[in-house]
Design a binder for this molecule. Sequence first.
Ligand code: KG4
Ligand code: ZN
Length: 350
Amino acid sequence: MADEPLVLGIETSCDETGIGIVRGHTLLADALASSVDQHARFGGVVPEVASRAHLEALVPTMQRALEEAKVTLADIDAIAVTSGPGLAGALLVGVAAAKGYALAADKPVYGVNHLAAHVAVDTLEHGPLPEPAIAMLVSGGHSSLLLVDDLTNGVTPLGATIDDAAGEAFDKVARLLGLGFPGGPIIDRTAKEGDPASIAFPRGLTAPKDLAAHRFDFSFSGLKTAVARWVEARERAGEPVPIADVSASFQEAVCDVLTAKAIEACRTNGVGTLVIGGGVAANSRLRVLAEERAAKHGIEVRVPRPALCTDNGAMVAALGSRLVAAGVAPSRLDLPADSAMPLTAVSVAG
Ligand code: KG4
Ligand code: ZN
């Protein structure tokens, strides 16, 4: 509908420069430039390299987004930008750009939470989110379970990882298997050839003694170590490492714990909708297992298409659009890049 707000979103929290444009719940453009290839040989994102790449990619990505949406900056009603959490230098590039564009074109600007944006992006594909919902955010930097009563107003954290994030575990295990970076998509592919039941890797924080204090928390560092020990033992014995079986069994351990806790969070809170976001939500096994387990309890699972799960500008625009529609005040022009922005802040207060 032409009277819905036209919102532009800028994402630069990690290694993707993303500019998205949405009208209401409709995605008009999603331009992306990734520096992932520049980090591959280091096995992880190098902050300075990422910042420099954002600087170079921002203006051309902006032009592509405006062309794709067939609008000009003057048509935009509001600019949203990831204020945090993320890499400080990388965030700064996006926040400075948003302020520049907002000042030049006299537009309101919203500094938004990257994690809330990972939840909001689903509305572009599946329409308004039924609230309350449980959101599970699984990315390279975060693994959290949240109760979402009103996404524009704040979310209630139920649990989070106490060590590695789920995506980090995929990246580290891929690295120790010599599979490359980022590890998630490679393990996802490799696991298709393997047997997920071949190796019994540990399910972190699922034992009765752990559940008392960590019912909705995750731990993946023990799993990563277990995989490393298992591989070392094979190598010491001079036996070949069955990469596909290790990948499949590791992936099964992660997806088993994630889905079990997410469904339990829905049931405990009497919530009928589970939305999954973040790069790991692109995982094919996670999607199938979540669907399978949720169906048994009449819970609806919403997962955006894989391209919207990983970092992009559309998710930031989607959250901006929700904030504008809810009448939330824009942020001030001195809004910060906040690398440790808490989940309880969906946007930077005006
Ligand atoms: O959300 P995202 O793009 O960036 C962060 O905010 O971290 O997530 C990136 C993470 C990486 O760790 C990557 O390995 C993981 O998401 N990932 C996957 C898949 N695609 C990306 N993990 C498992 N399976 C996938 N198909
Ligand atoms: Zn992300």
